[in-house]
Design a protein. Sequence first.
Length: 269
Amino acid sequence: MTVKLTIADLQQMKRDGKKSVGVVAWDTPIARIADKAGVDFVSIGDSVGVNLWGHDDPLQVTLDEMLIVCKAVRRGATRALLSCDVPYGPVQQSADAAVAAARRLVDEGGADMVKLDAAADHPEAVRAVVGAGIPVFAQFGLTPQTAAKHGIPYSAQNAPGALATPEMTAKLVEEAKLLEACGACALDFTNSGPVVGPAVVKAVSIPVIGGFGGGPWLDGRVRLAITAIGYGEKWLDSKVDTYANTAKAALDAFTALIADARAGRQIKG
C-alpha cells in the first residue's frame, strides 16, 4: 500500500537537508504520472488560466474553476501532497472569505493545504485559515498578485530582471518570519534569487520552496509540469532546455496521423 506523504514529512525533509520536489499540474493524467514518478507534492496553480485557458493573467480564474481543477488532480495523485491555490479575490476581500474559500478547496476539492498568494500583505488571512485548521502554503516575493507593485508585469516575471534584488533582503526576510509566525507550514518564494533566497531559508524553520527565479539554494523546487515536459506550441522552436519536448513529439504524431488517414491507411492506437 502506498503511504501518503504528510506536511510533517515535508518539514522533516528540510531538517534532514533533503530537497523536496513538486510539479504544478491541472489534470488527472499528469497528476498520475507525477505521483508515480515520486514527486513530494503537486501544486494546483491558478496559472492554469494562462497556460491552458488562454487568459492574459491568472487573476481571471475563479474559485469554482479552481475546484474543478483541484478535483481532477486529486483523482490522479494518491501519494503526493496536494496544494491548491486560493484564486484572486477571497483573500483580498476578507479573512472570513479566505477561510470560506480554503474550506471549499479542502472539503470539496480534496486539497491537503491551500496556497495564499500575496500572503505577506494579508497576514490576517493566513492566521484565520490556519486557525480554521487548514494548512497554508504561503506565497510571497515577486508573485502574480504582488509583482505589479514592483513595476513588473506578469508576462515578465520569469525574466532575469524579475529576481529579488539584494536590497530587498531585509524586507523579504521579515515577511518570511511573519508568515512563519502566522502559522504557515511552508513558503513559496517566487523569484527568490541567489542572495535573498539563502537568507530566507536560514531565517525560518519551515520549508522554502520556489519555482521560476529559484535555485538549489532553496529547500525545494517546483516546476510547471508543462515546462518540465515541453508541452505547448511555444516549445516547438524553443531553445530552453527541458526534460522532454512533448510538443515536438505531438507535432510528429499528428503529422503521421494525418498522412495515414489521407493515404487510406489504418490509423494507430
